[in-house]
Design a protein around this ligand. Structure first.
Ligand SMILES: Cc1cc2nc3c(=O)[nH]c(=O)nc-3n(C[C@H](O)[C@H](O)[C@H](O)COP(=O)(O)OP(=O)(O)OC[C@H]3O[C@@H](n4cnc5c(N)ncnc54)[C@H](O)[C@@H]3O)c2cc1C
Length: 456
């Protein structure tokens, strides 16, 4: 039996021609499309689901991490610009919690309402005149030459289309477009290990008064039960209340293949297995929580996230690769486009390991423009969790805050490249930085002044 099929050559209808084409509507893609659209660029955002938010909605996260850092001992929001616009919109919709301390009370995160986030993103992009094509799966690239993408191919319910673009932004999380275009990339830690995925779920019907600070009790109860032989998918569970405290979110599963390796987000068979395994874990661990936690006796699972949460797949090899040393050393870069203050959060087998910058340090590193510039392909930027970072570096800078930073910089750089008729690699970094600052971004400068203020 032949193990392949030859498809007939085909002419693919053109869906349109745009100045900027963004693949993927997660935090990086939302910010990239907004930045380009607000500058008047004709911009198309392609998203395989029927809503925006990426893992933040599809994988049920409901918490922004990495917007804050511990700056010389003080918890501060350090990601600004488009991130502020999204927070403001969510706040106006009453869809935003106040920031809370998390990870042993060492860092700040901020929870949001998932439905509000979807609508806030729809509205902001509509105001920026970005065209969105939902239910469109990016499926390949047509190259104009070895180093230039001519068109992105998409599969939709009404058939296969091509979308021409002058500049493309790969914000797929998986580096799909970069891989199709032939940009070099890495997967995992070089020894076949990727960060483990998790399936998230939300619990409703909690009695908030009786539950109290159950986010501290649940990990203790699970640890106690482990001693008597009960098995859970991983240590360090996170179970916390949402805006309305009758609803709690749960991040405590870990999805392994039968051989113990992390389920791969770019392997269709493993993804299919992982969805089923993830839901099973949610159900099992919820039965335990319901049984032992005060205030949870009438609770139920209101939603298991629509998809398994994938933390890491491809990471491009860019002009620079952000490392763990850069993060823990709070490193500065001449081509800074923003900052990242989230700890290194390694989802290893059975556990989550956090490594923080030194106590009393500035608490964040700058993010260099070069990590969103792929090698080899000239009209492409790659923003978000698939940007150029080491496995360990990505364990930190993959969270939402730095993804907003990379996306805003990618959309802004696309506009500058078009305005000056240069490639993204040739963009004047000083002009990019000036534009980002005008648009509200914090690049992590003037921190000596900040240190003086904080030490007063
Ligand atoms: C279980 C889990 C829990 C996490 N918890 C948190 C948390 O609490 N807070 C936090 O800040 N971060 C958390 N993270 C990290 C989070 O994944 C990243 O912050 C962030 O979502 C990555 O953003 P992104 O834009 O790079 O990619 P994604 O969020 O992955 O978005 C990529 C988008 O591209 C779309 N897409 C992909 N391929 C295609 C294609 N071929 N065609 C069309 N569309 C495509 C996807 O549907 C998606 O919308 C968590 C991650 C996981 C997996």
């Amino acid at each position: 039996m032949k193990n392949d099929v030859t498809e007939p050559a085909r002419k693919t209808p053109l869906l349109g021609e745009y100045e900027v084409v963004v693949l993927g509507g997660g935090p990086a893609g939302i910010a990239a499309a907004l930045a380009a659209g607000r500058r008047g660029r004709s911009t198309l955002l392609i998203e395989r689901y029927g809503f925006l938010g990426g893992a933040g909605t599809a994988a049920g996260l409901s918490t922004f991490c990495g917007l804050h850092a511990v700056v010389y001992g003080r918890h501060e929001q350090v990601i600004h610009g488009i991130a502020d616009d999204i927070l403001d919109r969510l706040r106006a919709m009453d869809g935003l919690n106040d920031p809370h301390l998390t990870v042993q009370n060492k860092i700040t995160a901020q929870a949001y309402d998932i439905s509000a986030y979807k609508i806030a993103a729809d509205e902001l992009l509509a105001e920026a005149k970005v065209k969105i094509m939902f239910h469109a799966l990016g499926a390949g690239a047509v190259m104009a030459s070895e180093d230039r993408i001519e068109a992105l191919l998409v599969e939709t319910k009404s058939g296969r289309y091509a979308v021409r673009g002058r500049i493309f932004v790969d914000a797929s999380g998986d580096g799909d477009l970069a891989a199709w275009a032939g940009a070099p990339y890495e997967i995992g830690d070089g020894a076949g290990n990727m960060l483990y995925p998790s399936t998230m779920f939300r619990i409703n019907g909690v009695d908030p008064v009786e539950a109290g600070n159950a986010w501290e009790l649940i990990p203790a109860l699970m640890e106690e039960a482990q001693k008597s032989g009960q098995r859970f998918p991983r240590k360090k569970p996170i179970v916390r209340p949402q805006r309305n405290p009758i609803e709690w979110r749960a991040n405590l599963t870990q999805i392994k293949n039968p051989d113990g390796t992390a389920v791969s987000g770019i392997d269709a068979a493993q993804l299919s297995y992982g969805e089923i395994e993830g839901r099973r874990q949610c159900w099992d661990v919820f039965q335990f929580i319901k049984r032992v936690t005060p205030g949870f006796q009438n609770a139920y699972i209101v939603e298991i996230a629509p998809q398994i949460g994938i933390r890491e797949t491809r990471r491009i090899a860019g002009e620079y690769t952000l490392s763990e040393e850069d993060i823990l050393g709070c490193r500065d870069f001449d081509d800074a486009i923003g900052v990242n203050g989230w700890p290194v959060e390694a989802h290893i087998k059975g556990d989550v390991k956090f490594v923080f910058t030194a106590a009393g340090s500035r608490g964040f590193n700058q993010i260099p423009y070069r990590i969103i510039l792929p090698q080899r392909v000239e009209n492409l930027l790659v923003a978000g969790r698939c940007a150029s970072m080491t496995h360990e570096g990505q364990s930190s800078a993959r969270v939402t805050g730095p993804c907003f930073v990379m996306g805003q910089a990618a959309g802004t750089a696309a506009d500058l490249a078009l305005a000056n008729d240069v490639t993204p690699r040739e963009v004047d970094v000083r002009a990019l930085q000036a534009r980002l600052q005008t648009d509200g971004a914090f690049l992590g400068r003037d921190t000596e002044a900040a240190r003086a203020v904080h030490q007063e």
